[in-house]
Design a binder for this molecule. Sequence first.
Ligand code: SAM
Length: 242
Amino acid sequence: MPKTIREVAVAYNKAAPLYDYMNRVYFFRRDKRFRSMLAERLNLKPSDAVLDLCCGTGLDFPFLLQKIKNQGTLLGVDLSSKMLQQAKKKSGSERISLARSDATHLPFRDEAFDAIFVSFCLKITPAHEKVIEEAARVLKPFGKIGILGNHKPSGALRLPGIILIKVLSDMAKIDFEIDLEEHLSKKFMILEDRKMYGGLVQLLVVRNSAIHTTDKKSNNNFRITTNLENLSTASKRRMNDA
Ligand SMILES: C[S@@+](CC[C@H](N)C(=O)[O-])C[C@H]1O[C@@H](n2cnc3c(N)ncnc32)[C@H](O)[C@@H]1O
């Protein structure tokens, strides 16, 4: 299912006002448990700098904020301005900053973050391999990434799941054929891989096993306090195209 960054941004700009409601209906509020469980797995310290990649409307924020308390920083990044507008309503804490950016070209310096949280994005974004590469670049050596992803249902849900998959592929731009473990294992050590919610949700925890070897981007030397107003001109230009 070929798609572009622009198509994804348009789809999520449209979905933004109703996103939290649709999320509640789809998960029967169980996603709170998945998000909380994943935040727990990251073993965050209060002083940590955490990146919420493709943060959407900020549904992960409460669980991450609870871990970093009043000392760490949480940066939410998304390419959809409308999703970020919703996230802004949940970012009352001074520990949270938001940035509009494409996850395939993050405007942050290498090894800027202690941990990364990515929920329900890697099977949606075009060029997920590049997103994984960027995550490895901005993550500190031995830092952890927690991932929640949509997954093909198994067991009793396998047959009714075929219709669900068709609907979600069209509406939410999810590509269920992507094998996340395979792609992640090229860059990271997989610590946990668990299927939940009748197989519809996959939780993965991976560790950056070594100092990354991708190119140093000296002109992308952003500090983690970056906010929507101070993204680089190049980044803004890319975003305006979306
Ligand atoms: C299904 S939503 C998930 C949002 C949130 N993480 C959650 O769990 O509710 C997917 C989000 O990924 C964002 N997204 C997709 N591709 C992206 C990319 N390349 N860079 C930044 N954000 C992206 C979309 O704009 C959308 O907000």
